[in-house]
Write a protein that binds this ligand. Structure first.
Ligand SMILES: [Zn+2]
Length: 266
């Protein structure tokens, strides 16, 4: 079964939701996309019944703290095995050059040299250029520069179970990507808050979308299933409220996952 397991659906400063990150799971394995900002990533994987040691492919979309810092805890957890030479299969970390710079730079300051060396000996960095395609767990992923305003951010597209899926990271879609996204079966896009609450959360001022804004664009692009994440956390009935607002503007299927919810690609 092909699934997207949302380990977290929150924005960068949520306490009760984990930061947005997820696993794409198929019969060949687990592909981790972003890592959240803390050691909670290991716990979330455990709650999703995924052994973190089984993960051999990780994509980091951009260098913001809520996407990249969990990776260091991932490294720290595998530290003993790495130092003891017990990791035989390399872990592939796919990222753009800025993310790579950030990982190497931060590791230098927070890990002892020996640990950093031993970890990086079992990590294979795959530095992504715009439109590079790599096969991960039997699926071809094409990674692209999302032309984000704040930071160098990569998204990807892939065909999974005959469905075209696109992940756009955590900034509003740039219009240069419209042709790529048009007609997609599944689009994963951030939605920071309801449009009616933008005065509280200021999504549009901090390079994020309201549910209404993204839903209108995805309707115009004829997208079939819209997955919304990277949200605020003040509503216990977020799924209901966000879905309702989205459906006013978007006629496809709206999916507002809760943390640890699995979305089956069918
Ligand atoms: Zn973020």
């Amino acid at each position: 079964m092909n699934k997207i397991i949302m380990l977290g659906t929150g924005n960068g400063i949520t306490l009760n939701l984990f930061n947005t990150c997820f696993v794409i799971q198929n019969e060949n394995g687990n592909f981790l996309v972003d890592t959240g900002g803390s050691i909670e990533i290991i716990k979330r994987l455990e709650l999703a019944n995924i052994d973190y040691e089984s993960i051999k492919h990780i994509f980091i979309s951009h260098s913001d703290s809520d996407h990249i810092l969990g990776l260091f805890w991932f490294f720290k957890k595998m530290g003993f095995k790495a130092m003891s030479g017990l990791i035989n299969e390399k872990i592939n970390v796919y990222c753009n050059d800025k993310v790579h710079e950030a990982i190497k730079g931060v590791a230098k300051y927070i890990f002892p040299d020996k640990l950093a060396n031993d970890i990086f000996n079992v990590v294979n960095f795959v530095i992504l250029n715009d439109n590079d395609t790599y096969t991960i767990n039997g699926v071809n992923y094409t990674f692209f520069d999302a032309r984000a305003k704040k930071v160098k951010l990569f998204g990807f597209e892939a065909i999974i179970n005959n469905q075209k899926i696109a992940f756009l990271g955590d900034e509003p879609i740039d219009s240069s990507l419209y042709d790529r996204i048009r007609g997609c079966d599944y689009v994963m896009h951030e939605a920071f808050c309801l449009d009616s609450e933008d005065y509280i959360f200021h999504a549009t001022k901090i390079h994020h979308s309201t549910v209404k804004n993204v839903s209108k664009i995805m309707e115009s692009l004829n997208v079939k299933n819209l997955i919304l994440y990277h949200t605020e956390e003040t509503h216990v009935n977020k799924k209901e409220l966000y879905t309702k607002e989205s459906q006013l503007y978007f006629s496809g299927k709206v999916i507002v996952p809760n943390d640890l919810e699995a979305i089956v690609i069918e």
